[in-house]
Write a protein that binds this ligand. Sequence first.
Ligand code: ZN
Ligand code: ZN
Length: 468
Amino acid sequence: MEIEFAGAAREVTGSCHIVRMNGKTVLLDFGMFQGRRSETRAKNAALPLAVREIDAVVLSHAHIDHAGRLPLLTANGYANPIYCTAATRDLSAVMLADSAHIQEKDAEFLAKRQREAVPPLYGMRDATTAVDRMIGLPYDTWFDVVPGMRAIFSDAGHILGSASVTLECVEGGTRKRIVFSGDVGRNGLPIIRDPKPPTGGADVVILESTYGNRTHPPVAGARDQLARVVSETAARGGRVLVPAFSVGRTQELVYDLHILAREGKIPEVPIYIDSPLAIDATTVFAMHPEIFDQTEDLVQKVQDLFKFPLVRYTRDAAESKALNSQHGPMVVIAASGMAEAGRILHHLAHGASDPRNTILIVGFQAEHTLGRRIVEQAPVLRVFGDEVPLRARVEVLAGYSAHGDRNELRQWLDAVRDDGTREDGGGATPDVYLVHGEPEAQDAFAEQLREAGYPSVDAPVPHRKIVL
Ligand SMILES: [Zn+2]
Ligand SMILES: [Zn+2]
């Protein structure tokens, strides 16, 4: 059997690994490459293998860098199963529809600039057919993928429905276990459960390494900081403007604001969730209480986590614009997470120059994004082509990261290795292949793992194949 690292190899996005055995071919993830449009378009359009060769897909979670190219498969005639958790299937329905919409807009933009027709990578119909192929399965239950290969999902604690995947492959009398981490979350994140490392040992671990060279502040503490920011801003009569990803981060913020409101730790100011995608994603969250972290107080006490008297959901564009003429303090949570697009832009155009306001940054801000300019406290921002002086206060909350840091990744890997429940009595140290990380983070992490007793650690280049 063979594994080919077809995406997220020496980079973070485009997650895709191809497993071939018994004459069958299975994809782990089929994600979108993200970054500068000029560089990613051709990369996303190129398929790493013929669609007719693919017998099944196993999907770790709904983020676009893992699921975003699945509609490209169905657009090319793919009609075999895509296995994932039930929540991943439901979240994919809203995320792939949103992605199709972005592809169509992008194609329109390019067509205008190049004055010739540019087809979108895929359309709404392809997104729908991809979701139709998805089979939603429970965690911790084996299922057959292709003859000789079975798989099981463990909670990766990263976003709702996220999974690590164990593949057990039998070929010609040899049995191999391949563990694919997916994206590994952190202990203590709101709503979702803590990561649960797969049990039973592994011959090979394909491990994400996004923060392989970083440590995060603890999750605990982020909520208190959030309370302080809201209270201080409201006392100045200002607004808290939060650029946030619509899926995951927005729901965590609503959840934490709900707790703070119940405890009387924030003043009674309206909280606007100003994003149609976030509203749809929140509906999906509310559909899956069975996978919430039952050890959390609010989860036990409250029927509806995402509804409370202060919170308002604005779907309509006109409603969103009307917020600008409203008076008094408020909190506005809007996409996009790095302030590159979306409704947050008109809130920033209107509110960044007012010293009473706060711009609250809750996620990673990539280079060359407006969010990064805000973090760096640039004196002037460029929004919709206009110059806006940055006079609002800027606050950064790093505790909400959805990815484990190098210590948390290492603990996760140790737990996979040291689990003693393997049937054949083994417990050997697995070969580790680092994926989903920038080269700098991967090289530092590989070194750390070698020192910690993992003799075989590698960060494969794109399309590198290994034979098991
Ligand atoms: Zn992810
Ligand atoms: Zn990812």
